[in-house]
Design a binder for this molecule. Structure first.
Ligand code: ADP
Ligand code: ASP
Ligand code: MG
Length: 597
């Protein structure tokens, strides 16, 4: 019998009526011939209320006790949900995370799932019961209760779908599906019928709060289709799948994170090991670094800029102070009133000009970009926090996202599960054992060396709106495809913009850059005819801070200096000297041999 996991978020179980409505949905899915596992969140804003309660007692409540407290929210919901199913005349059983063996590491408030045991759930399902599991929680090896991070019930749901080999994971929430951007910020946003795992991974990690990004990591790793839909209606929502139907839109969606902080270390030695020294210190304090921008250095010195969530700033600065001392850096500074707007789309890997359209739109509205990073399927720009939401709406309009994408067919839960192959449990026995073991471990897809590109750098760029737009307009108009773009933040009003282009277009690109530099009042243009771009792709690259660290470590050990860095949720790219590509590739392959699957 096919199995379906249904997750209900806080608003979907906010009161007894809603709990009963959710129970009816589960019963209906069971009647349609599915085994049903429900994952529920705490009712309404209960988790927030618990957080506030803790804050009344202490400014720094111990993380272990926070987990003990927050996990109670979900426990209330599962019990009530089970009573609701019972009252409607069907059988159900509720479980805490611990009771179904959701084992995690011991990083309280941000724990990662290590394994899940399926027996108890399977037994109850085989007895005809609807199984109701508390989202967001697990236990560590010492039986301490842990939680998976805010919004973590999504991750519980998809992880259960993965281990139970479910045909589908339905995420019932307070919106109809995944929109081109948060409809609360841009009411003109449009629902997407389908979106790929990679796009959703980027969108979720770039601020689209509709799904916990680690849930999408699971979905991608174990190929679990997700259907995000409204818990208040039966209309089909958004399917998150590996390969959605192709669309001719370069951008699928956009997102904003308003509470970022920017840190820059200036005058660090431009030599192997520098990035490692900085980021390993930050990672050891369990802070996830977001945008990392290291630009081409001058006179043997470079600047490294990166962003973290504003809440993580104090801890980060302590780490940076240590690193600055060790590296004998000129100094460091921070800026905590910044926000990041990003656009995401599989289509942009194939179309040029996406970046310049975005930069233009922001410049035309007088919004300055402090920092830029790009990867194959996303572009992020850091702007002053006060303009972040406006910037989101501007880019949303620029890419025509208020118009519905071409209709792609989507399937409802019944059709999906109806198609599920039978007898899967036996056939996938080995597969299941694997799933039970390495749940949230790192998964590397591939390590790639690209020696087809060259680099151009404009230095001393005036820090005002419109420069990046003009540069990439001109390059695009000349028919040159720009791959990576990195603009670093400049204090004192001057920035550095580096980008990579196909080697055979270097002369043309450089000539254009020089002409623009003179026209726009920038400083000297430099270039490197042959650079090597090394990329590590996989799942959850940014949230697994150790990926970048392991890369920096391997390259430093091989004596290779990193020129440009750009990171995204599915990929970390570094640019190194053209003669060091092969050695870099070898070093990375060795470093990741274990994680490569
Ligand atoms: P739940 O409690 O069901 O987990 P959340 O509040 O976590 O619900 O997520 C749903 C909310 O996510 C929506 O109400 C919406 O405001 C927000 N959201 C952010 N980005 C998007 C997006 N791209 N598409 C849809 N909703 C989004
Ligand atoms: N209740 C938890 C939270 O509010 C988990 C979740 O809702 O996904 O973050
Ligand atoms: Mg949520």
């Amino acid at each position: 019998m096919p199995l379906i996991v249904q997750k209900f978020g806080g608003t979907s179980v906010a009161d007894s009526e809603k709990i009963l409505a959710a129970a009816r949905k589960a019963i209906r899915a069971q009647r349609e011939g599915n085994q049903v596992v429900m994952v529920v969140s705490a009712m309404g804003k209960n988790t927030d209320a618990l957080v506030e309660l803790a804050a009344e007692i202490s400014d720094h409540p111990p993380d272990r006790e926070m987990d003990m407290l927050l996990a109670t929210g979900e426990q209330v919901s599962v019990a009530l949900m089970s009573m609701a199913v019972d009252r409607l005349g069907h059988q159900a059983i509720s479980f805490t995370g611990a009771q179904v063996g959701i084992r995690t590491d011991n990083i309280h408030t941000q724990a990662r799932i290590q394994s899940i045991s399926t027996e108890r759930m399977q037994r109850a399902l085989d007895e005809g019961k609807i199984v109701i599991v508390a989202g967001f929680q697990g236990i560590d090896a010492d039986y301490n209760i842990t939680t998976l991070g805010r919004g973590g019930s999504d991750t519980t749901a998809v992880a259960l779908a993965a281990v139970m080999n479910a045909a589908l994971c339905e995420v019932h929430t307070d919106v109809d599906g995944v929109y081109t951007t948060d409809p609360r910020l841009a009411p003109e946003a449009c629902m997407l019928r389908q979106v790929s795992y990679d796009e959703m991974l980027e969108l979720a990690s770039l601020g689209a709060g509709v799904m916990h990004s680690r849930a999408i990591e699971f979905a991608k790793k174990f190929n679990v289709p997700i259907h995000v839909r409204s818990s208040f209606s039966d209309t089909p929502g958004t399917m998150i799948v590996e390969a959605p139907e192709p669309s001719n839109r370069p951008v699928s969606g956009c997102a904003v994170i308003k509470d970022e902080a920017l840190v820059t270390l200036t005058g660090v030695p431009d030599q192997p090991g520098t990035s490692l020294a900085v980021f390993s210190k930050i990672a050891s304090r369990n802070v996830t670094v977001d945008m990392i921008v290291q630009n081409i250095g001058e006179h043997g010195k470079a600047d490294i800029s990166f962003t973290v969530l504003r809440n993580d700033l104090p801890v980060t600065l302590a780490a940076v102070e240590e690193a600055a001392r060790e590296l004998d850096a000129e100094g460091f500074y921070h800026e905590d009133t910044v926000g990041k707007v990003s656009v995401v789309g599989l289509g942009m890997a194939l179309q040029s000009g996406v970046a310049s359209r975005m930069f233009h739109a922001l410049a035309d509205s007088g919004i300055n970009m402090l920092m830029i990073t790009t990867s194959e399927i996303k572009i992020s720009a850091l702007v002053a926090r006060e303009y972040a939401e406006a910037a989101l709406r501007i880019v949303h309009r620029t890419f025509g996202l208020e118009k519905a994408p071409e209709a792609a067919t989507t399937t409802t839960s019944t059709q999906q599960t109806g198609n599920a192959p039978q007898g899967e449990v036996a056939r996938h026995a080995i597969d299941v054992v694997k799933r039970l073991q390495a749940m949230e471990a790192l998964a590397i897809d591939e390590i790639v060396l690209d020696e087809s590109q060259a680099r151009v750098t404009l230095s001393d760029v005036p820090d005002h709106p419109g420069i990046a737009a003009s540069v990439f307009d001109a390059i695009g108009a000349a028919g040159i495809f720009v791959d990576m773009i990195v603009q670093s933040y400049a204090r004192g009003g001057r920035a550095t913009i580096s980008f990579t282009v196909p080697r055979d277009t270097l002369q043309k690109s450089e000539k254009l850059a020089r002409r623009l530099s003179a026209k726009l009042g920038c400083g000297p243009v430099s270039s490197a005819p042959g650079v090597a771009k090394l990329s590590v792709t996989g799942i959850g690259m940014r949230s697994h801070a150790e990926v970048a660290i392991r890369m920096f470590e391997a390259l430093a050990r091989a004596g290779i200096n990193v020129g440009i860095i750009s990171t995204s949720e599915v990929r970390v790219n570094v640019v190194v000297g053209g003669d060091q590509g092969a050695a870099g590739l070898k070093a990375l392959q060795q470093a990741f041999a274990e994680a490569q699957g």
